[in-house]
Design a protein. Structure first.
Length: 364
């Protein structure tokens, strides 16, 4: 597989460590979270394989191109608009989550609107870039962040504050029946490959989906799931961790690097996930913009021969983000995120039915 495929998968894995996913999983720690993670891990790998195999059949084509070719025009437009809304909400959740997080830990005196406004300024430039430039940005930022991610992860596993008895206590609830909400939350970490609905346009040659590629995703996906769930429990206690809004931020604040440039890991952690969250929103909203451009274009909306339709969509992105930050609380954000993740998992029935129908129509 192309290395950019792995970047899309890895960014989604890493970004959701500080989002609502660990909070949802930890909230279900006595309600089948471990078995839910096992089920979601298997489902996520199956979804990843199906998605990769499907788009490998159509090199250089995104989902809007395929729906236009093999579906009626009205149905194609409707499906693309539904997917665009889904991808926009995925990016919006990450953006609002990190806005609340920054306001709580780094800039408590700064209004939420100003933090969101600053994010949106940088995002606007990134979203409007061409898809290759987006992938180059992802590669550069991710490669800069990987050494820090490895350092923090190793420090967490080797820290004397990590109490394995708390982790053993969590396994006492392994016999509880899986929760659908926990399954949908944990499976979200393994769904970055679905950004191929747009980025597959850039992969002109057929890619190979073999067991080695899937083994790489399986290893890092499993490590991400285990780390996301068990490290906060081991650091903060099996019962106490449930009262914390951002488990991983508090966990990182228990870590110290005595002989490093910055002793408190939490500052490195916040800056690291500021970059990763930016990448996550950039990917989701770039995909959203490309999906919208494929079905909606106001030809008369021009300035100096430049069509302003994408800028109209960006304005809608801004209004949606600013409005959400104003009216949503942190508790409501977690609640609505769990609803969205449940919807997302159910929507794969439609997604895979669409894949099957297009494959049958294309006769490949």
């Amino acid at each position: 597989m192309n290395r950019y495929f792995f970047y899309l998968v890895f960014v989604n894995m890493i970004a959701n460590v500080v989002s609502s996913v660990p909070k949802i999983l930890i909230g279900h720690r006595m309600k089948g979270a471990i078995l839910s993670m096992v089920v979601s891990y298997i489902l996520g790998l199956v979804f990843c394989y199906i998605c990769a195999r499907f788009f490998n059949l159509f090199p250089g084509q995104g989902l809007p191109d395929l729906t236009k070719k093999y579906l009626p025009r009205w149905l194609s437009g409707t499906i693309v608009l539904v997917f665009a809304s889904t991808w926009y909400l995925a990016g919006l959740i990450t953006l609002v989550t990190f806005t609340f997080l920054l306001n709580r830990f780094l800039t408590p005196d700064m209004p939420l609107l100003w933090i969101t406004f600053t994010f949106l300024l940088f995002l606007t430039y990134g979203i409007l870039m061409n898809s290759w430039s987006v992938l180059y940005t992802i590669e550069f930022v991710l490669l800069c962040c990987i050494p820090i991610i490895v350092l923090i992860t190793l420090k967490a596993y080797t820290s004397p504050e990590l109490n394995w008895d708390f982790i053993k206590e969590s396994f006492m609830y392994i016999n509880h029946f899986p929760s659908f909400t926990a399954i949908s939350a944990s499976s979200y970490l393994l769904l970055g490959e679905f950004n191929l609905i747009i980025f597959n346009r850039l992969f002109k040659r057929k890619q190979k989906t073999n067991w080695k590629n899937m083994l790489i995703i399986a290893f890092f996906g499993g490590a991400s799931l285990v780390t996301t769930y068990f490290i906060p429990i081991g650091m903060l206690g099996f019962k106490g961790v449930g009262d914390i809004v951002y488990p991983w931020i508090t966990t990182s604040d228990t870590l110290h690097l005595e002989f490093f440039v910055v002793e408190r890991v939490v500052y490195m952690f916040l800056l690291l996930y500021l970059a990763i969250s930016f990448l996550s929103v950039l990917i989701h909203w770039h995909v959203t913009l490309e999906l919208l451009k494929s079905v909606i274009s106001f030809k008369k909306l021009k300035w100096k021969k430049h069509n302003l339709t994408p800028h109209l969509f960006i304005l809608a992105f801004w209004l949606g983000a600013l409005g959400t930050v104003i009216y949503l609380t942190e508790y409501e954000l977690t609640t609505y995120t769990s609803y969205f993740l449940n919807y997302l998992l159910c929507s794969f029935v439609i997604m895979f039915s669409l894949f099957f129908f297009i494959k049958r129509r294309a006769k490949v």
